[in-house]
Design a protein around this ligand. Structure first.
Ligand code: BG6
Length: 302
């Protein structure tokens, strides 16, 4: 029996959620319900696509060049950054954004909720290499509820006998019509660290519009955000709990060209609004304690 046959036998509640495998042996799950379609890769617990059926366009952006590859994160969808965000604080040789997005995750439970949404509970597998990078007794789990809305809960459980400090993000790439005709509301007046200006602390004046590379950590921001997309005539609502930072990132043309995995003009059709705990907002978890960061996304047309 293949891995995906075994997963289908143990966890598939029906045609709404089915598991398959790539030629490289990575497990992908396909979700198809009357409300939505979605796909995710078990490596990284990486949701790749999500489209509520009320929407002509997917709500998540995925690079046209993205292909699940062992040990490599996908460009797009919802990468899970954990247990640190951005470069590691003391060791520049460790991978940016931690290792959660490149290690295998296992399925713990799956089902269909009363409203038809698919629920999936995943657990991070602490590989020997991950333990080498972060030798702590800590578990991470991701609960997904995918339907007309998208919910994700990233839970960290500290089973160590010392406190742990984590940085984390659901580094979501949202699909938009044209970055030059989109703005993010909800962070007006908030303080941010401007990564394209050496980390300078600044204050947001009005809604966030885009005219070049933007890479900002808005600190102490718990409120919901909205992406307003004039081209697709759509608003994407981003609500969250357990997250005190919001990262807004778009590479613009030169950085996207340097990065090489955006595909032609891919950068125009995406913006990352990341629900995070980063920089000043990293989370300290006492021994035996746990912490959950959760998001809920919803799209509406205007
Ligand atoms: C963002 C960071 O969260 O992620 C950016 O603020 C970074 O600085 C971007 O370039 C993408 O990171 P990566 O590791 O997926 O290329």
């Amino acid at each position: 029996m293949t891995i995906s046959e075994d997963l289908n036998r143990r966890f598939s509640p029906g045609p709404q959620l089915t598991f398959g495998e790539t030629a490289d042996g990575l497990v992908v799950a396909a979700i198809d319900t009357p409300q939505a379609s979605a796909a995710l890769c078990l490596q990284g617990a990486h949701v790749m696509t999500w489209r509520p059926k009320t929407q002509a366009e997917p709500v998540l952006w995925l690079s046209g060049l993205a292909k699940p590859t062992p040990g490599k994160s996908l460009r797009g969808g919802v990468p899970v950054c954990w247990p640190w965000f951005g470069p590691h604080a003391t060791d520049g040789a460790l991978p940016a954004h931690g290792f959660a997005r490149t290690v295998p995750w296992r399925v713990a439970a799956a089902g269909v909720l009363g409203d038809g949404a698919v629920e999936l509970a995943l657990e991070l597998v602490m590989t020997a290499s991950a333990r080498g990078m972060w030798p702590r007794r800590v578990r991470a789990g991701l609960r997904l509820v995918i339907g007309e809305t998208f919910r994700a809960e990233l839970t960290t459980v500290n089973e160590d006998d010392a406190e742990v400090v984590i940085g984390e993000a659901l580094h979501t790439y949202f699909r938009i019509g044209d970055i030059a005709q989109a703005r993010v509301r909800g962070l007006e007046g908030c303080e941010y660290l401007d990564k394209v200006d050496g980390g300078a602390r600044k204050r947001q004046d009005g809604a966030i519009g885009f005219a070049g590379e933007t890479d900002r950590i808005y600190v102490d921001t718990k409120a919901a955000c909205v992406i307003e997309d004039d081209r697709l005539r759509r608003r994407i609502h981003i609500a969250k709990t357990g997250s005190r930072s919001t990262v807004v990132w778009t590479p613009w043309t030169e950085k996207a060209d340097r990065m090489g995995d955006f595909g032609p003009e891919g950068w125009r059709a995406m913006v990352c609004v990341e629900s995070a705990n980063a920089a000043d907002n990293r989370v300290t978890i006492a021994p035996g304690d746990n912490h959950t960061l959760s998001v809920e996304y919803r799209a509406e047309n205007f």
